[in-house]
Design a protein around this ligand. Sequence first.
Ligand SMILES: CC(C)(COP(=O)(O)OP(=O)(O)OC[C@H]1O[C@@H](n2cnc3c(N)ncnc32)[C@H](O)[C@@H]1OP(=O)(O)O)[C@@H](O)C(=O)NCCC(=O)NCCS
Length: 135
Amino acid sequence: MFSVIKIASNTLPERYNPSIFNYFYETYPQGFIIAEIAHKIVGFLIAVKVKPNIAKILMLAVSKQHRRKKIGTMLLNELYKKILKENITAIELEVRTDNTTAIKFYEKHGFKIKNKILHFYQNGEPAYVMRKDIL
Ligand SMILES: CC(C)(COP(=O)(O)OP(=O)(O)OC[C@H]1O[C@@H](n2cnc3c(N)ncnc32)[C@H](O)[C@@H]1OP(=O)(O)O)[C@@H](O)C(=O)NCCC(=O)NCCS
């Protein structure tokens, strides 16, 4: 958990209370996925179920030195595998409108921008809502 929190604080602009990570793991372990290289955690994804048929990605991060090696793609593919058994029909997420890297990543994986939410983040920045139907 310590490594996940470290990657989150090094790569994501939002500040999270460390206890939230245990909370997500305990409430929806299927959505808590880590990527390791030689026993070292290099990325993670946290998703929760927001409706019986909809999962939401809350966090996805790969440490800087390991990007563009398909680790984010593997994390996403692992999530698909886990939630396929649960009748989930769509995955949603919010992303900063200026996070072009993440937007390109999600678009490459078939997510589409559905909406824009003004003042979404702690610092007042807006978010796009992106969604992918998986069934
Ligand atoms: C978004 C993120 C998780 C992607 O992880 P990654 O392991 O580097 O992504 P992948 O190697 O699986 O990339 C898959 C595809 O996404 C697209 N992509 C990924 N990074 C990109 C970039 N910097 N610019 C353009 N396209 C990009 C490409 O199409 C890429 O395929 P290609 O390398 O064959 O061209 C990573 O950049 C990251 O941790 N960013 C910081 C945290 C963040 O913004 N998280 C999302 C918040 S919701």
